[in-house]
Design a protein around this ligand. Structure first.
Ligand code: ADP
Ligand code: MG
Length: 678
């Protein structure tokens, strides 16, 4: 038996260098590898002979490349790339309209699979922009099953990863099931071992379904159980603090009138703050709906009543942003506000810690730094977490343990239907700010498919940059990938550095160190760069009023809610703003989804439409990046599983509140929480 926690270097073919590469995918142990699930599958049981293809078929073929043409420049334009390939039965042409990105992908004499829709032109068979995979080693030997496809990083190929998964699935690992046996039985889940094997190398759809069902259940069950483990502790206790009445506190002098929705939500909040039981409230409001001022009002109420309050933001930039706007509002009332992040100096930190412990510092704003054990409050009664991911629950809980039954507000821009929210956030009450402040500029959203529209887009961007505006460009991947047919950030960055000259372009991606990221964003905000090319790291709350354009490359790769969030980065000032959704995807659903984005700016509407459209998904599709950050579980498709998982976890916690009879499960919950709250 082999310990699943052994390092990946015990596998054949994994030396120190490969181990380093795997580490970038967060794969350190055999178990990590096993839990690195495929993002999609290719059904190799059904390779069609070329001669049998007819117009309109969507098919997988396995062919050898015999000729590569095109990709030449004529007057600044590149001609399409035409790849000719054959199998034993016939010849087909594969066409790519943006040759630059494909030119290096093919070589004459090599084998590939192509998956796409067939059309007939001038009597010859063609596919435009098919998905493709080079066939070397493992797959060259005529693999006839369902092939797993993984997301990659530079330094490892699809084939290598498949082979490693093959290897690890073949080992005799000591994988003991951490789910209680009765739960596995009652919910007719398959065994852990079976599920792991079949999520990677399913023999058929049925087995894959069983495996996915098991992991979806498990994921939700573990998540809910950990939520409840903590939640139990928080509730019920009467609070000892009492806030002052509305007529005896000084009002903030706001530069604007609250919207009706803000007014309503603030009343819900202050009402409950004055209640006997602690508040646990989720405030949902679309990007730009004005959540910060609601936070300021609550912080002011706590501070004026003589207590302390803390607000936590997910990034340093956001923390600084909040600190700026909130201290501006609070200082005229004589309320002292502090900022604490990992880059605070020792002296600043000391001063803050002192102020917190003697009670002179009433309001603290910061990053995760505020959770550290040495941050001790004299009398903390209000905790606010901004833009919080669901998986940050643990942090929220640590923070609230710094006070005695404090009131808690969680703010998010992710629209989650009420039913789901109450399940996911336990007993949180929900307030919704469903109205934008007046005077928001129009955002013109355009889809860009063909090449000349791209040129139009760039010339409009240049015009805006000339007017000193700034621009975001977002791509789904950092580096070029031999598997995903998408534009990468580094590629786009290189290209735009040329194209947008003399304007300066910056690159931002998730693999950069936190400090580097913040510095780039800070510089962008300060106007040092005109254009910021990034992966989705900018999604969380960055506020640059001067940025009035966003380009989203391979827009079909993003969930609608995510597109909505991204678009929310612009239209923050008073100027008309532009959102370009670039996509060459031909599918009807892709087109409809992007059309929804051009139709509406309402996050809730968009989330609902997305749900309608995606419907009961197809197993063999790409995983969508939607509102949920679960790996397998899809909250909309797996709603019934969610309900079942919830029921089971309630039952279990009632029976065994500390999970003392289920040590394996307890460990698992712990690791999951620890990993999740990075
Ligand atoms: P979010 O909900 O995305 O966190 P913010 O709180 O950052 O939104 O607010 C976005 C912008 O709207 C800020 O510049 C803020 O000052 C402004 N704002 C908030 N409320 C109002 C209002 N009632 N009237 C006008 N502007 C407002
Ligand atoms: Mg905000």
């Amino acid at each position: 038996m082999i310990d699943p926690l052994s390092p990946v270097s015990v596998l054949k073919g994994v030396g120190p260098k490969k181990a380093e590469t795997l580490k970038r995918l967060n794969i350190n142990t055999l178990e990590d590898l096993l839990y690195f699930f495929p993002v999609k599958y290719q059904d190799r049981r059904n390779i069609k002979p070329v001669f049998s293809l007819i117009e309109g078929d969507t098919a997988l073929i396995k062919v050898q490349v015999t000729d590569i043409k095109g990709g030449h420049y004529y007057g600044g334009k590149q001609s399409p790339l035409k790849v000719t390939a054959k199998d034993d039965t016939g010849v087909i042409e594969l066409i790519f309209f943006n040759p630059k990105y494909y030119l290096k992908s093919f070589s004459v004499g090599k084998y590939y699979t192509f998956f796409g829709k067939v059309f007939d032109s001038y009597g010859s068979k063609k596919m435009a922009h098919p998905d493709f995979t080079p066939l070397d080693d493992l797959t060259g030997e005529d693999f006839k099953g369902i092939l797993p496809l993984y997301s990659l990083t530079r330094g490892i190929t699809q084939n290598e990863l498949q082979r490693l998964q093959r290897q690890v699935c073949g080992l005799d690992l000591e994988t003991e099931d951490y789910l209680p046996e009765y739960i596995v039985k009652d919910n007719r889940l398959c065994s852990l071992k079976y599920a792991l094997n079949n999520i990677h190398f399913p023999e058929d759809e049925q087995r894959l379904k069983e495996a996915r069902f098991r992991f979806a259940f498990e994921e939700l069950f573990l998540f809910l159980t950990s939520l409840m483990l903590h939640g139990e502790k928080l509730r019920k206790e009467n609070k000892s603090h009492r806030y002052m009445a509305a007529d005896s506190i000084k009002e903030l002098s706001l530069p604007f009138k609250l919207t009706g929705a803000q007014e309503r939500v603030w009343n819900e909040i202050q009402g409950q703050m004055r209640d006997k039981l602690p508040m646990n409230r989720l405030v949902q409001g679309d990007v730009g709906s004005g959540k910060t001022v609601i936070a300021a009002l609550a912080l002011s109420l706590a501070a004026q009543s003589g207590y302390q309050a803390v607000m936590m933001a997910p990034t340093e930039l956001l923390a600084k942003q909040h600190y700026g706007s909130i201290s501006d509002l609070l200082s005229p009332l004589g309320i002292k506000t502090g900022l604490l992040t990992s880059s605070s100096t020792a002296k600043e930190r000391q001063e803050i810690l002192l102020g917190l412990s003697d009670g002179t510092l009433k309001v603290l704003i910061g990053t995760h730094a505020v959770i550290e054990p040495n941050v001790i409050f004299k009398d903390l009664t209000l905790v606010i977490a901004d833009e919080q991911h669901r998986f940050g629950v643990e942090q929220r809980i640590k923070l609230s343990e710094k006070g005695k039954a404090p009131d808690i507000i969680v703010m998010t821009a992710t629209p989650i239907p009420r039913t789901l929210a109450s399940l996911l956030y336990g007993d949180l009450d929900v307030s919704i700010i469903d109205e934008l402040p007046p005077g928001r500029p129009e955002i013109i959203t355009t889809t860009v498919g063909s090449d000349n529209k791209r040129d139009e887009m760039y010339s409009n961007i240049k015009k805006l940059l000339e007017e000193n505006r700034q621009c975001y460009v977002v791509t789904p991947l950092i580096d070029e990938s031999d598997f995903f047919d998408v534009r990468s950030a580094s590629e786009v960055y290189k290209e735009l550095t040329e194209k947008l000259k003399p304007y300066k372009v910056a690159l931002l991606h998730g693999n950069m160190k936190a400090g580097e990221k913040e510095a780039v964003m800070e510089d962008f905000k300060g106007g040092k760069y005109s254009c910021l090319v990034s992966t989705v790291v900018i999604e969380v709350g960055i506020h640059v009023e001067n940025a009035t354009v966003i380009v989203i490359e391979n827009a079909e790769r993003f969930g609608l809610s995510q597109l909505h969030q991204l678009r929310g980065r612009i239209g923050r000032g008073t100027e008309i703003s532009y959102c370009y959704l670039v996509s060459e995807a031909q599918g009807e659903v892709s087109k409809q989804r992007l059309a929804i984005m051009t139709e509406s700016r309402d996050g809730f509407y968009i989330a609902e439409k997305d749900l309608d459209l995606r419907g009961p998904g197809e197993v063999f599709g790409t995983r969508q990046h939607g509102i949920n950050e679960f790996v397998i579980a899809d909250l909309r498709r797996h709603y019934h599983i969610l309900l079942r998982a919830k029921e089971e976890s309630i039952k279990l916690i009632k029976k065994d509140p500390d999970l003392s009879s289920y040590p394996l499960l307890y460990d698992r919950v712990k690791t999951i929480m620890a990993k999740a709250s990075m």
